[in-house]
Design a protein around this ligand. Sequence first.
Ligand code: ADP
Length: 395
Amino acid sequence: MTKTFAINAGSSSLKFQLFEMPAETVIAKGLVERIGIGDSIFKIEYGDDQEFKTVEDITDHGRAVEILFEKLKEFKIIEDLEEITGVGHRVVAGGEFFKDSTVVTEDVIKKVEELAEFAPLHNPAEALVMREFQKRLPNAHMVAVFDTSFHTTMPAVNYLYSLPYEYYEKFGARRYGAHGTSHRYVSRRAAEIVGKPIEELKIITCHLGNGGSITAVDGGKSIDTSMGFTPLAGITMGTRTGDIDASLIPFLMDKLNITDVNEMINIFNKQSGLLGISGVSSDMRDVEIAAYEGNERAQLALEIFENRVQKYIGQYIAAMNGVDVIVFTAGIGENSKEERENILKGITWFGIELDPDRNDTRKEAIISADNSKVTVINIPTNEEVEIARDVERLK
Ligand code: ADP
């Protein structure tokens, strides 16, 4: 047995899971939040329900990694660093360059840094964390797993915007998508559950979390996805607009007296979506409660969210000329039977029929009725295990 880390570094956070491989047993997991912001939180769970949490200033990702290793030893989760033989790093933007996960080399780290123009808050932090792990675990096998690589199979007809073509050629202005590791994991799992080769299936995966995206997976390949050049596009999300008309940018900047376009984009990313419409919260649970208590804007936020998901499902049924399986995953997809029901009851024309008893679950399960033309499956996503598997696969 060897130990493998799955690392997910964000601009001010670091999430980790340590697996015993190939058994895929989680031996420790946790996160560091508010890195460089002050009052940083370090949290780790290990052993039989043991937990440790501390609040202190963690100034940068280097220090976050240092504390992680200190605690691994202190709590005797590992005796010797040599036990950790693999590390998988999630990277947000792999551009067109990284079509699959890849073994980390100096060139790979440099390329991740170069691609920062597509994910300015994430890629630099991820490159830095790779270097920190290299320093501490020089003998470990390290792999980078890109959010975008699953979507590099999209045809030009779906990844190109209707812009002057040279903007794509010169600047890489195109759809890249995101959440690829999750869409890959759940689509493959769906094929296993229905017991058919993925090559023969048309699957629509709905990753509905705080961020959300829908993907059309035809024969195992992503052929279209709702997020775009950045994660701002697609369905209504916790705080993101999803698709909007670009002409709103100058119009609103003028009305709001905003001169810096980044400020406007920040509003689209952080103050819109469920939060912006409802005025209550970005968190689906809060919005559901407010709607239930009669808050009309919360009700409207739910309807808009459901409507956008329905429209993407319809679009992808058209794009694939059919669908065999629809998958729900991530925080909302896995946990909210109401949202699943509300989304699907608007699109029964396609022969989709939910079984209300089966739908009353948060676990992996087929939730459609036996006579449903389309199989609907609830699948808790597991991006971390997919990352750890990639470390094994690329040995
Ligand atoms: P992230 O994109 O941050 O990884 P998650 O996948 O954890 O997000 O999803 C977070 C979302 O899932 C939040 O909107 C949260 O309210 C929602 N969620 C979690 N549990 C439930 C639940 N029981 N019912 C409805 N929504 C839920």
